[in-house]
Write a new protein. Structure first.
Length: 418
C-alpha cells in the first residue's frame, strides 16, 4: 500500500511517539555512535526506534549507509554571505547518493513482505541505489529510465549491479506512472518515494545532522527539491524530534528547485493554491521532475517549519557546483542548489548573515562527470563558466611545462562578497 483508499494521498508511517518518549533519548543514540555491529553501524538504523521499531534485525537490508560527513567550509560561507555554513554530504553513501538511506527502509519492507521483485522509475540515483540494494538482498531490481539525459555515471551503476533496465521514450513523471501501473498488475514492489518506508529512511539525514551538531538546532536546512521525498521526510523527522523533546525548536526548511523544474516554487508563489505540472528541463538531472508526487507532504513541511521555496537557474547551479568542487568537497549538479539557493536567499534578505545554515548535498561529484568537463571547457549551451578550471595541453618539454606552471593559479574562492 502506498496511498489512502479514501483520498488517494500518499501514506505516512505513523509512530506512537508518546509510547516511545520514555526510551527514545539523546543518550540512546549517543550510545550507538561508533558501533561496529549491525544494525547500529548504519546511520539509518542507529535511530531504529524512529525508523521501524518492531522489525527484527535479521530482516534489515543494510550495506550499511549513512554516517556521512558534515563539512564546515568558511570560504563557501563567505561566498554566499553567511557566517556559519555546514554541508551535509549524502554523496558519501554506498552508491553515492542519499537514496541509500531510503532504499534500506524500502528493501527491508520488501523483504518483510516476501517480495521477489522491486522496481522504480528513475532519473539516475534511485536506479543505482535500488539496483545495489536489490542485488545485496537477492531480489530482482527493475528500473524504468527515460531514454535521454540520464547521467552515464548513474546509468552505469544500475547496469553494473545487474538490474533489469528499460529505457522508455518518456520523461520521469510518465515513467513513474508506468512503473506504478505495471507493478500493481505484476505484483512488483515499488520503491520510488511514493513508498512511505523509503521516506522513513531518508528522514534519518535530519537525525544525524542534529546529532552531529550536538542537538543544537540550526536556523536553516536548505535542500534541493525534485520529487520532494527528502523535503517531505525532513519535515516529518524534525516534527518527530521536536515532539519527543530531543530538539527545542524546528529549523526553517528552504526547498530549492531548478528554474526549469519548479512546480513547487510556482505554487509557493501563488500561496500553494494548487500544483501545476511542468515539462521539466534542467541540467540538474536528479531533480528534473515536473510533477512531484510528494507535493502535499512538502507543503506540509513548509507549513510546519515556516519554510520557504526558491528557484535557481542552471547557470547559478553550475557556478555553485564549481565552487563546491573547487573547495575539495564536490557534488553532483542538483546538490549545488543548496549553495546557490542559500546565496539567493541571503541576497533577498530572507537568510541573515548571522543565521546558521545546513545545506544538503544529495549526490557524489562523479555522478555526472560530463557536466563537469562540459562546464569547465565552456561546452554547455546557455551557460558560461564563471569559475572555470583550465585544462592545459603540453608537449613533453620542461620549457613548455614551466611556462604553464609559473603562471599565477586562479582560485575561484578568492572572489567573495564584501
Amino acid at each position: 500500500m502506498y496511498v489512502c483508499d479514501s483520498c488517494g494521498g500518499l501514506l505516512d508511517v505513523h509512530h506512537d511517539l508518546d509510547a516511545l518518549k520514555p526510551t527514545v533519548t539523546r543518550a540512546l543514540f549517543e550510545s550507538r555512535l561508533g558501533a561496529l555491529d549491525a544494525p547500529y553501524n548504519s546511520g539509518v538504523w542507529r535511530y531504529k526506534e524512529l525508523i521501524y521499531p518492531d522489525i527484527s534485525d535479521d530482516m534489515i537490508v543494510s550495506r550499511p549507509e549513512g554516517n556521512t560527513n558534515l563539512y564546515r567550509q568558511a570560504s563557501l560561507a563567505a561566498w554566499c554571505g553567511v557566517d556559519t555554513l555546514y554541508l551535509k554530504h549524502e554523496g558519501e553513501n554506498p552508491t553515492g547518493s542519499f537514496k541509500d538511506r531510503g532504499m534500506t527502509g524500502g528493501l527491508t519492507q520488501a523483504r518483510r513482505l516476501g517480495m521477489q521483485r522491486v522496481a522504480c522509475a528513475s532519473t539516475g540515483n534511485t536506479s543505482a541505489s535500488l539496483a545495489a540494494y536489490a542485488a545485496f538482498a537477492g531480489l530482482e531490481g527493475i528500473v524504468f529510465f527515460q531514454n535521454k539525459q540520464v547521467a552515464v555515471g548513474k546509468l552505469a551503476q544500475a547496469v553494473a549491479y545487474g538490474a533489469t533496465g528499460v529505457r522508455i521514450d518518456a520523461d520521469f513523471d510518465k515513467n513513474l506512472e508506468l512503473v506504478r501501473t505495471v507493478s500493481e498488475a505484476l505484483g512488483i514492489y515499488v520503491l520510488n518515494s511514493v513508498n512511505p518506508f523509503r521516506l522513513e529512511g531518508q528522514k534519518s539525514i535530519m537525525f544525524e545532522v542534529l546529532q552531529q551538531l550536538k542537538w543544537n538546532v540550526p536556523d536553516w536546512i536548505v535542500v534541493p527539491g525534485g520529487n520532494l521525498g527528502n523535503s517531505s521526510a525532513f519535515g516529518k523527522g524534525l516534527w518527530e524530534l521536536h515532539h519527543l523533546g530531543l530538539i527545542d525548536r524546528l529549523p526553517r526548511v528552504a526547498i530549492i528547485q531548478a528554474e526549469g523544474a519548479s512546480p513547487l516554487y510556482e505554487a509557493y508563489q501563488r500561496g500553494f493554491d494548487r500544483l501545476v505540472p511542468q515539462k521539466a528541463d534542467t541540467i540538474a538531472t536528479a531533480i528534473k521532475i515536473g510533477n512531484p508526487v510528494n507535493y502535499a507532504k512538502a507543503v506540509r513541511t513548509i507549513h510546519w517549519t515556516n519554510g520557504v521555496v526558491e528557484s535557481v537557474t542552471d547557470q547559478e547551479i553550475m557556478d555553485a557546483k564549481a565552487l563546491i568542487d573547487a573547495s575539495g568537497i564536490g557534488c553532483e549538479p542538483a546538490s549545488a542548489c543548496s549553495l546557490a539557493g542559500t546565496s539567493k536567499l541571503v541576497e533577498a534578505g530572507i537568510i541573515q548573515r548571522g543565521d546558521s545554515v545546513v545545506g544538503i548535498l544529495t549526490g557524489h561529484v562523479l555522478k555526472d562527470p560530463e557536466a563537469i568537463i562540459n562546464y569547465h571547457s565552456d561546452q554547455l549551451p546557455h551557460i558560461r563558466p564563471a569559475y572555470p578550471t583550465r585544462l592545459y595541453e603540453s608537449g613533453p618539454s620542461v620549457e613548455e611545462l614551466s611556462r604553464i606552471l609559473l603562471r599565477e593559479p586562479a582560485n575561484p574562492l578568492k572572489s567573495v562578497r564584501g
